[in-house]
Structures are given as C-alpha cells and as structure tokens.
Design a protein around this ligand. Sequence first.
Ligand SMILES: [Zn+2]
Length: 277
Amino acid sequence: MRWRQGRRSANVEDRRGRVARRATVGGGAVMLALLAALLLGQDPGKVLETIGVSTQQVPQQTAPQTQQQDELTEFVKVVLADTEDVWHRIFTASGARYQEPTLVLYSDMTETACGYGQAAAGPFYCPADQQVYLDLSFLRELKRMGASGDFAFAYVIAHEIGHHIQTLQGIAHQVRRAQSQMRRTDANALQVRMELQADCYAGIWAHHAHRQRQILERGDVDEGLQAAAAVGDDQIQRSAGRRVHPESFTHGSSEQRVSWFRRGLETGSVQTCDTFQ
Ligand SMILES: [Zn+2]
C-alpha cells in the first residue's frame, strides 16, 4: 500500500504506556458486557463494535516504544486521514456534515464511555464517545490469522470507521433498539448485517482513497480480501477447533465478508451497501 506521502490525521490520541485504573471486573468483562447488551437489550448506546477477532492473551506493553511502533503510528494516522477525506466528500455530496472520530492508541487496557476496553477484545468502536480504540499489538494477531500486510491492517481500521458512519447515519441506534426486542438468534442475524455493512464501508474507503491518491499496489486487494476472510465467524470457529454454528455468527461468514468488502471496493457507493434489504 502506498501510504508515506499521505496526510497525517490530527485525530489520533496516544495513550500508550499510560496505565488505566484497575477495573473491578476480570478479563473478558468487555466481551461479556457486549454479549449481555446484545442478548438482554441493555444499554444500547454502549455496545462496543469490534472487528470480530479477539487476541488470545493480553500483551504486556511496558517496554519503550520501538521504531516499528512509531512507523505503525504514522501508518494509522495516514489511514485515518484518508477515511476523513473520503467520508467528508461523501457526506458533503449528500448535503450532510461528517464529524471526524478520534482514534485512541492504547496498550493493554483503557477507559472508554462504553466501559473498559481491553486489547484482548481486538480493535473496537464505542458509539457513546464516537472513538475508535486500537492496540497496535493487534497486528500480530492479524498475522497469526493469516492476514498479513499493511492493507489488511488498514481494512480493519476502515471497518471500525464504518461503525462510526453507521452511528452518524442513525443506523446503529435503530439496530440496537430493534435488537433489544428480539430473540438472540434474530439479534445475531441483525448484528451480522451491521458488520457486513461496516465491511462494505471499508471497501468504499479503499475505492475512493485509491482514486484520490492511488494507494493500492499489486496484491493489496487480495490482502484486504484475505483479511476479510480471516475474520469471518466460520473461519474463527473452525480455527478454534469448534464446529461452525451460523446461528451464533455476529460478524458474518468469510464468504459474506469478502463479498461485501468487494462490493464497496468496486462501486464506492453507499447505496450499494444496504445489507438490511
Ligand atoms: Zn465490526
């Protein structure tokens, strides 16, 4: 991916190395809160929007920042700036105003308006404070799942920004409200549509960022598609040695994720991303 020439966003807040107040709840609390909210319809505005992958262990990040981390931070700033440029243009074209989200870099654990965010939950978006939370160690997890490369990482960031778009559009709120009155399997099915739309929106980012400044290099599209496939619920269940249960999906199968990401990438049009039809 061609990124070094890109603009750096000013909306990255660096909390790495800062210690969050100790949570009174144990590991996995965030994911449990997420599940509880989904199943019981609790506190709809405070549900974390993840990419669908959780890391296997909470990394210890007390070491000083490495040069590689500095470079990754630059990369994140460029991808975020590209999403700002793309979504500003799209919102303006439809007579709306795009509100830029903040992206928080953290290590291990941090406070959010949605409760404590833990690196173990993977990257996530909190609708209540409209911020994306990212622990750079997630990149390792992505590689472990067979999705390596800078464009794969960019896809993950663009997916979380996709959840921000859904929040601005009011879609996220409508979905949470509907889910609070549904049985679990139906709520899961609706969640899958949300996630697939965020994948499609990530594709829209790639489409327009490439048109504006030719970010895509040979192999990048495959990298993005591979990343979308790697974080499919069926793939995750399989690689965890479990049987595939589509009714428990909350992010969609690999095939669905690839197909919606590709659709956004090819058309660049918000209208084609209506996964709720
Ligand atoms: Zn998501």
